[in-house]
Design a protein around this ligand. Structure first.
Ligand SMILES: Nc1ncnc2c1ncn2[C@@H]1O[C@H](COP(=O)(O)OP(=O)(O)OP(=O)(O)O)[C@@H](O)[C@H]1O
Ligand SMILES: [Mg+2]
Length: 328
């Protein structure tokens, strides 16, 4: 069931559907790909530090490294964590410890991917450095960050640094053209230019805006793009919750997807917005408190790396249940 759901979501969300699956699919970043490939071929690699702007392909490259190294067993050998988890470095250390306890199978070591490493305080980074050292025999770390200057020197010096640059216009165009071909879209040159201007090379944003535009029309010009951008409003979140409370799960789900794509919001952003809106909803106080608690649980799962959309769907379902229980 789970597998089927995530397959469906893959087709639903284009950033997943078109996420490069192997080194050859990665557009641009020629030097970076060459270095990563060499590590994988020698089946040996140091700890890595990926630094660069959002949506430039850091997570994608980490996944490709793991999938090429471990093949079918990549799931068992790859742990993805997010450092902006407010629960802090202790939780990270605990998770690393239990993951590193068993030996890697079908690979020389296990890989721990730590997203948003620059969200860690200096003290937390010191603790991280000690953890990295503790597990050098069994694990390799791939740390991802937007700004490498926020990473303490002792970590930088223990990592091979990969600097991701913003993708150039011609590379962005390549990806847009590929998707347009697959999805049978017509995109004007001006639309392509505005996509690039708005996103500044952030491919996640490019692809999300493209998907939202395509849900309106298959012939996309610059007006389509600007209308899509302008339409995104925070009050949309309230609308999603109202739909869920009315029991229209499918409508709520569809609206949720639309908002995530249009506003380029991640699961955590949506949860925060939902939490704010709960207090204004027309339900009993006890229900509000329960729902806020539910949001907390969902947030925890998201931070642990669960699929954003599946978790938010489950949260919507609990809004429907809350309303039903309130009316019986
Ligand atoms: N170089 C690339 N070639 C092709 N597609 C790409 C590339 N980089 C990113 N993408 C597309 O953009 C999406 C976002 O990329 P990814 O998640 O790897 O970004 P990121 O660098 O990890 O961003 P963040 O810093 O926000 O975590 C991917 O799902 C993929 O579809
Ligand atoms: Mg990422």
């Amino acid at each position: 069931m789970q597998a089927k759901d995530s397959k469906e979501n893959e087709n639903l969300i284009w950033t997943e559907k078109y996420r490069p699956r192997e080194f050859n699919d990665i557009i641009g970043h020629a030097e970076i790909v060459k270095r990563a490939r060499a590590f994988v071929q020698s089946r040996n690699m140091p700890n890595l530090l990926f630094s660069g702007p959002p949506g430039s392909g850091k997570t994608t490259l980490a996944l490709i490294i793991a999938k090429t190294l471990f093949r079918e067993a990549w799931h068992e050998n790859f742990l993805e964590l997010n450092a902006s988890d407010e629960r802090g470095i202790d939780v990270i250390r605990q998770k690393v410890k239990s993951f590193a306890r068993t030996k890697a199978f079908s690979g020389p070591f296990k890989i721990i991917f730590l997203d948003e490493s620059d969200a860690l305080t200096k003290e937390a980074q010191q603790a991280l450095r000690r953890t990295m050292e503790m597990f050098t025999n069994t694990c390799r770390f791939i740390l991802s960050c937007n700004t490498s200057s926020k990473i303490i020197d002792p970590i930088q010096s223990r990592c091979s640094i990969f600097r991701f640059k913003l993708l150039e216009k011609k590379d962005v165009a390549k990806i847009v053209e590929k998707i347009a071909k697959e999805e049978k879209l017509k995109i004007t040159q001006r639309a392509l230019e505005s996509l690039y201007d708005i996103s500044k090379g952030d491919l996640r944003r490019v692809i999300n805006i493209l998907q939202a535009s395509a849900s309106v029309t298959k012939e996309i010009d610059e007006n389509t793009i600007y209308e899509i951008i302008a339409e995104a409003k925070p009050s949309d979140v309230k609308h999603i919750l109202e739909l869920a409370l009315e029991g229209s799960f499918l409508d709520a789900r569809e609206k949720l997807l639309e908002v995530m794509l249009k506003q380029g919001l991640g699961g955590i952003d949506i949860i925060k917005a939902i939490q704010r809106e709960i207090w204004d909803l027309n339900i009993r106080e006890e229900e509000k408190i329960r729902l806020v608690e539910k949001c907390g649980e969902t947030e925890f799962r998201l931070v642990e790396g669960s699929d954003d959309f599946i978790q938010l769907e489950a949260l919507l379902a609990s809004f429907i249940l809350a309303k039903r229980q309130a009316t019986v």
